[in-house]
Ligand binder design. Structure first.
Ligand SMILES: [Zn+2]
Ligand SMILES: [Zn+2]
Length: 100
């Protein structure tokens, strides 16, 4: 199973399906951008949606949760924590606890 979001395969915007022209790093910030690249935690977006994501903290958080979810399909939760230092899924762990 691939950890990639699959969005980079085609050139369609992840959010609206129009032609994608830009790449958004799901995990941003100086320290995480490169790791995000290495882990395939990027999505392709059209210009409008890319602008929208950077002005919408809720949407950005949702995308980070998605990134963590996908990363943890092929890695352990501890590996995620060592790499990105924040558990974006912690809200869900209260109601949906799983043993790994
Ligand atoms: Zn779009
Ligand atoms: Zn971006």
């Amino acid at each position: 199973m691939s950890a990639r979001l699959g969005i980079t395969r085609d050139d369609r915007c992840y959010l609206c399906g129009r032609k994608a022209t830009e790449t958004h790093h799901l995990m941003n910030g100086v320290a995480y951008r490169k790791k995000s690249d290495q882990d395939g935690l990027t999505i392709r977006l059209c210009r409008d949606c890319h602008a929208r994501i950077h002005f919408d903290p809720h949407l950005q958080k949702a995308m980070k949760q998605e990134a963590q979810r996908i990363y943890e399909l092929t890695h352990t939760h501890d590996e995620w924590m060592q790499r990105y230092h924040k558990n974006y899924l912690e809200d869900e762990y209260d109601t949906d606890r799983e043993d790994n």
